[in-house]
Design a protein around this ligand. Sequence first.
Ligand code: RP5
Length: 166
Amino acid sequence: MSGVQRPVAVIMGSQSDWTVMRRAAETLQALGVGFDARIVSAHRTPDRMVAFAKGAKAEGFKVIVAGAGGAAHLPGMTAAFTTLPVFGVPVPTKALGGHDSLLSIVQMPAGVPVGTLAIGEAGAVNAALLAASVLALSDEGLSARLEAWRAERTAAVAERPQDAPP
Ligand code: RP5
């Protein structure tokens, strides 16, 4: 399938990131947004990372969601090679709980932006939603699906907590 049917690249530094990053993939799937999930490590496969980031626009990608943990260079390094929007997801780590990932991703010097999300699954879901929001600017069908997705979640919120005393 070409990049046009898969406008979002969901990249991650390791197979171990997939448990978190699959939440981005599931969210895109629920919204009917095509994506391609790839392992692209800034440390272990630097040549693959450069090739991906330099070629992402030509491949037809419109938005990149990049998850990484620890010394999480992947989102920033990817953003260094492309002007596509890059949303970074800090993956939780055993040593520092993902604070390391968060600070590695969020503290980009002015001029090379990475839109940084929350640590973990919430960040992965929200990165996918932001990617969908960007694409929805020029896709009325997706815009309607996004509105419906949000409305479903609003409707699912009860007015009172279950089992609360009357
Ligand atoms: C980072 O190192 C990856 O993004 C991952 O979060 C972390 C650990 O990778 P593994 O040792 O589990 O492959 O590059």
